[in-house]
Design a protein around this ligand. Structure first.
Ligand SMILES: Cc1cc2nc3c(=O)[nH]c(=O)nc-3n(C[C@H](O)[C@H](O)[C@H](O)COP(=O)(O)O)c2cc1C
Length: 196
């Protein structure tokens, strides 16, 4: 087989080293998650677009599909704000909004789109969904950027160093939570092939 999965996954994970905090609001409920799939989707500087791939298992997926708005935040690596960055990562990436409010301990303001902007982030763009692509276990959302801001600046937090600063118990909990997410993703992707 020509496909070495370790090489493939290493190439792909190297493309997007920045953990991005995605927030949205739907029906008055604010929520969000961490993502390593966020990117740019336009070559036109006066008409920027952002893209995120959200897994259907996650509540934020259904909320963005319904509300059509999202905010993408980079986190800061600057030492004086590192605790706040890791708090955002742990809060949004460590549990689901299905199990209760995750936004209460985060400092926010309401953005142009109505979605929450995280005040302890490095910088952000707000977007309105203009297209989406169903890829079985996930949806790729593309949004027109309608607002942007720099909140703290400095170096942007990368996932490698961030992971090294997270408590062991949090990582274990994350890995436990990841199991049903992966099972759900596999069943969405391979359901049709298993059926026949
Ligand atoms: C570093 C990191 C990267 C992640 N990347 C993604 C991603 O690209 N897409 C996604 O749907 N979930 C991703 N997740 C998982 C979600 O953040 C996590 O499942 C979250 O608890 C979902 O919350 P929700 O159900 O409230 O939406 C990532 C988590 C972490 C910690």
């Amino acid at each position: 087989m020509d496909l070495d999965l370790d090489v493939a996954n290493n190439v792909l994970s190297g493309l997007r080293p920045f953990p991005v905090a995605v927030t949205t609001v739907d029906g008055g409920f604010a929520n969000g998650l961490m993502s390593l799939s966020a990117g740019a989707a336009s070559i036109i500087p006066e008409a920027p677009r952002a893209t995120i791939s959200l897994t259907k298992y996650n509540k934020t997926h259904d909320m963005v599909a319904s509300s059509g708005i999202f905010v993408m935040h980079l986190l800061t690596a600057e030492e004086e704000h590192l605790d706040a960055s890791l708090h955002i990562l742990r809060t949004l990436g460590g549990s689901s909004g299905r199990d209760g409010d995750k936004m209460g301990t985060l400092r926010t303001r309401t953005g142009t789109t109505g979605a929450p902007v995280l005040l302890d982030a490095h910088s952000y763009v707000e977007a309105r969904v203009c297209a989406s692509l169903d890829i079985q276990e996930s949806t790729v959302f593309v949004g027109d950027v309608v607002a942007a801001g720099t909140l703290h600046g400095g170096e942007r937090l990368r996932v490698g160093p961030a992971w090294g600063r997270l408590p062991k118990e949090w990582i274990e909990q994350y890995e436990t939570n990841h199991v049903p997410q992966l099972e759900s993703a596999r069943s969405h992707r391979f359901a049709h092939t298993e059926a026949g």
